[in-house]
Design a protein around this ligand. Structure first.
Ligand SMILES: Nc1nc2c(c(=O)[nH]1)N[C@H]1C(S)=C(S)[C@@H](COP(=O)(O)OP(=O)(O)OC[C@H]3O[C@@H](n4cnc5c(=O)[nH]c(N)nc54)[C@H](O)[C@@H]3O)O[C@H]1N2
Ligand SMILES: Nc1nc2c(c(=O)[nH]1)N[C@H]1C(S)=C(S)[C@@H](COP(=O)(O)OP(=O)(O)OC[C@H]3O[C@@H](n4cnc5c(=O)[nH]c(N)nc54)[C@H](O)[C@@H]3O)O[C@H]1N2
Ligand code: SF4
Ligand SMILES: [Mo]
Length: 682
């Protein structure tokens, strides 16, 4: 069969590589060997031919004139973005000579990889790169920037990232979107809910911002940031008091339901109302709806996880479906992430055994602090699949660290990102459309194979190809560092122990292109908690220094600033991806901050003007949208916008690099700020 790459004109199958739960099946329409159009694959069982505008316009990004074609070396000052073209040979030699010197003089721990999921491909994001850095003995990176607090919290209750199958949600009668802006970030979850609404289902949205998702809800419940755990406990209190709990389910499938009942006594609805800002009658109404309607499904988003107490909030909400026995009902339960169903052989892919010495681990949320640390300094940073100068908290510190003259920085990307501007060497990356890889959704339970669709752009190379080159130049001669992409996939996918992937092999996937995890209804039989039950009471949590029962823990009281600042992602960008592409910038218009009328009036701020937002960490200037979309005391911005001349729109200049309660997670939404009007002539 002709490979997709060699088809000059025609339509080929693909899958979206972006860090988005939907992981849509795509059709790529080729003309004269180039991508002409991108549409949804109508045969995909979950995404069914619909895709977002971002990816419909992905072609603009692939062929954007700003895309880099060649390796580059810096010729100007760090941060200026002046580079000269060099050959791959020179690039690889420069990097590896530098590293060889560093290793002999100060040790390999002076080198730090920094990466995330700019490309969700397993080979791209956790394949040869991990093998290489394990073998190198470099410092390790704790990849905590996204949802680790929540997944750690959810695991204490449910044993891992296992939840409701989206394909069963046509049965669901009550959807609770809790801290998720699903219209923008999980569009097919909304499609499913809207379809279910036609058969009478209700949609509740609990959020700090009445954004597009809140506006499509049957009932929008505004809540004060970081108080979701208290609301969940208030619901539980009422469920027990009003005998709306499913005792037989609790007896058979949970531990700690009696201790929980006693513990809930303190979460009186009035107290919960005072904490959350949700009127007491609404707490009763919500609890009674949750107790009465089945199947109910809670879609837990990242909003509540990006807080100081994100782990505990998620652990607490994850207890709710057990109280009403939802895990036995088709279409009932909750989804935080479903990635557990598709967990493959990561050890075979990443080869932790190549690590010969114990090395330090650096939390990626504190990259600024780490780069500025004078003891055992990081001397070289290798960035791929991520843009820390824009996406990491305490951005001013991150940039100060990146600007260090004695730091040797390599960035592998498709564009000269804000981070790449600080690089000594920039390497051009292929896009996912140019790569072989496989993808596992963290929402819909399908695993996808991807074969290259177009030839590499210019001289660009994939992550795996670059790490093979680096390994060779470092004179590492293990076969594992030479394996090609097909070999990597075979190792990751054959002989799996995961019971949900019992009939998947690489060969089968190659034939069928996408395969669904199986035996999903065995969830309660396979629970990975220490007791094998849903743990309402968790001894492990106690051992780890947390309360064993779900408990409300307020946000850290930081600095003396009056407004809670929630800088979330935007509809037309994917984190910072697309924020440098004209088409997407035009669609997204301008970065905005939403503010309550009262807070605006107190400050003499008018809708549509530019305001200054500041705290001890930094400042930025955004256009304000005044109204009732957020509660008093809360301001919300959307989007991680690229730097633009004369504009101060770096929201992460304001965000804390504090670590959340669990898993080393990020606390982007737990910072506080003040806002003031700016002089008209500024
Ligand atoms: N279009 C688009 N899609 C994306 C992304 C993107 O950038 N753009 N990013 C992708 C990635 S990497 C991720 S992790 C996901 C994130 O997507 P989501 O899971 O939707 O997470 P966020 O958008 O960060 O926040 C969700 C909602 O939580 C609200 N929120 C903030 N704090 C609180 C709180 O304390 N309580 C409650 N109840 N709500 C709160 C915010 O107002 C927001 O509406 O989306 C993915 N999909
Ligand atoms: N204020 C605030 N900050 C946030 C968030 C928030 O809600 N608010 N969300 C956080 C979350 S949830 C996340 S997940 C992070 C995401 O942050 P990042 O992981 O940094 O994601 P992106 O900003 O999309 O950057 C991905 C980069 O990878 C590059 N890339 C794409 N494919 C490849 C490839 O195959 N190889 C290489 N080498 N590069 C590639 C892209 O061009 C892009 O520059 O941001 C976090 N930052
Ligand atoms: S970004 Fe999300 S919604 Fe858009 S095509 Fe990719 S997976 Fe689908
Ligand atoms: Mo994320």
């Amino acid at each position: 069969m002709q490979s997709y790459k060699d088809i000059e004109n025609g339509v080929v199958l693909s899958v979206c590589s972006l860090d988005c739960p939907d992981q849509c099946g795509l059709l790529v329409h080729k003309e004269d060997g180039k991508i002409k159009k991108i549409s949804g694959d109508p045969n995909h069982p979950v995404t069914k031919g619909n895709i977002c505008n971002k990816v419909r316009n992905m072609g603009e990004r692939i062929y954007d004139s700003k895309r880099i074609k060649n390796p580059l070396k810096r010729v100007g000052k760090k941060g200026e973005g002046n580079f000269a073209i060099i050959s791959w040979e020179e690039a690889i030699d420069t990097i590896t000579n530098h590293w060889k010197n560093l290793i002999s003089e100060e040790g390999a721990q002076t080198i730090l990889p920094y990466s995330f999921y700019g490309n969700m491909g397993k080979l791209a994001a956790e394949g040869m790169d991990r093998r290489f850095f394990n073998r190198l003995g470099s410092s390790q990176l704790d990849r905590t920037i996204c949802s680790v607090a929540g997944s750690t919290g959810y695991r204490y209750t449910m044993g891992g990232s296992y939840g409701t199958d989206p394909e069963e949600m046509t049965e669901t009668k009550l959807f609770i979107f809790w801290g998720i802006n699903a219209v923008s970030t999980n569009m097919h979850q909304v499609t499913i809910a809207q379809k279910a609404k036609k058969s009478g289902a209700k949609v509740i949205v609990i959020d700090v911002h009445k954004n597009q998702t809140g506006r499509m809800a049957d009932w929008f419940i505004p809540i004060l940031p970081g108080t979701d755990g208290a609301l969940a406990l208030g619901i539980m209190h009422i469920l027990y008091k009003e005998k709306l709990v499913d005792r037989s389910f609790l007896e058979e499938y949970t531990i700690g339901y009696e201790e929980l009942e006693d513990h809930l006594e303190q979460y009186q609805p009035q107290m919960v109302s005072d904490i959350t800002g949700v009127p007491v009658e609404d707490i009763y109404k919500l609890a009674r709806m949750y107790g009465a309607i089945s199947p109910s499904m809670i879609r837990i988003g990242n909003g509540l996880q990006h807080h100081d107490n994100g782990g505990m909030s998620t652990r607490t909400i994850a207890c709710l479906p057990a109280l009403t026995g939802q895990w036995l009902v088709k279409g009932g339960g909750a989804v935080k992430s479903n990635s557990g169903f598709l967990s493959f052989n990561t050890a075979a892919l990443q080869r932790p055994d190549l690590k010969k010495t114990k090395t330090r681990t650096i939390n990626m949320n504190q990259i600024g602090k780490a780069l500025l640390e004078p003891d055992n300094p990081i001397r070289s940073l290798y960035v791929y699949g991520s843009n820390p100068a824009l996406v990491a908290p305490e951005a001013n510190r991150v940039r100060e660290g990146l600007a260090r003259d004695d730091l040797f920085t390599v960035v592998h990307d498709l564009f000269i990102t804000e981070t790449a501007k600080f690089a000594d060497i920039v390497l051009p990356s292929t896009s996912a459309f140019e790569n072989t890889d496989f993808y596992t959704s963290y929402w819909h339970n399908y695993i996808h194979l991807h074969e290259p669709i177009i030839a590499p752009y210019g001289e660009s190379k994939s992550n795996t190809a670059v790490f093979r080159l680096l390994a060779k130049a470092m004179e590492f001669d293990e076969q594992t560092l030479k394996d090609d992409d097909e070999e990597l996939m075979k190792q990751a996918l054959n002989d799996l122990s995961n019971p949900y992937l019992s009939d998947i092999t690489y060969e089968k996937l190659k034939n069928e292109r996408y395969i669904k995890a199986s035996n999903l209804t065995d969830l309660l039989k396979n629970l990975q908690t220490p007791s094998g039950k849903i743990e309402l009471y968790s001894k492990t949590m106690e051992e780890d220094g947390y309360p064993a029962l779900p408990t409300y823990i307020p946000l850290v009281e930081e600095q003396d600033y009056p407004l809670q600042f929630i800088p979330g992602p935007s509809h037309n960008f994917l984190n910072s991806t697309f924020s440098n592409n004209d088409k997407h910038i035009t669609l997204e218009k301008a970065p905005k901050i939403f503010m309550n009328q009262k807070d605006a009036d107190n400050r003499g701020i008018e809708d549509g003007t530019t305001v200054r937002i500041w705290n001890d960490r930094g400042e930025c200037e955004l256009v304000v949208s005044v109204g009732e979309q957020v509660l008093p005391g809360v301001v919300v911005s959307q989007g991680l916008w690229s730097d633009m001349p004369g504009k101060k729109q770096l929201v992460n200049a304001l965000t804390p690099d504090r670590i959340a309660d669990m898993g080393g997670g990020a606390t982007f939404f737990s910072g506080r700020v003040n806002v003031e009007r700016m002089n008209k002539d500024v």
